[in-house]
Write a protein of this length. Structure first.
Length: 140
């Protein structure tokens, strides 16, 4: 059972890491290039579609990260660090990125897009660290 939980956890972390890098390097910078007359529509479309991918993966990653802390006898410190990293990602998401997305639903704001890009660096780094922890567990 523990192998399945670990596999699901690592799968989610690796997918989310790739996804956040795509968002950081492609999607968010592209917000500056969207049609200003339809900007809110584009942001709503992005938010809805990306949520279909991100929400289930983030929930699974959180549940499996917490489970690993409580049931795994190996790599205890790695699992604790992984859970702490996931919790920081959630905090960043709900206190930084979600409010900025909400603001952008009202229309284009260059400053808000720039803040979104800069604050999303936090999640990009954290998911990269979470993925690196997974690689240490697999190969270390």
């Amino acid at each position: 059972m523990i192998q399945l939980i670990l596999a699901v956890n690592l799968f989610c972390s690796f997918l989310l890491c790739g996804l956040i890098w795509t968002i950081q390097l492609v999607h968010y910078p592209m917000f500056h290039r969207l049609d200003r007359n339809r900007f809110s529509e584009h942001i709503r479309f992005h938010g809805f579609r990306i949520s279909l991918l991100v929400i289930p993966l983030m929930i699974l990653e959180l549940i499996t990260s917490a489970s690993l802390v409580f049931i795994s006898e190996y790599h205890t410190n790695h699992h604790l660090a992984g859970l702490a990293t996931v919790l920081l990602i959630w905090l960043s998401t709900f206190f930084l990125q979600v409010p900025l997305h909400s603001k952008l639903m009202n229309g284009y704001d260059s400053s808000a897009v720039n803040r979104l890009i800069h604050t999303n660096t936090i999640r990009t780094i954290l998911w990269s660290l979470k993925t690196a922890l997974g690689m240490v567990i697999i190969f270390g």
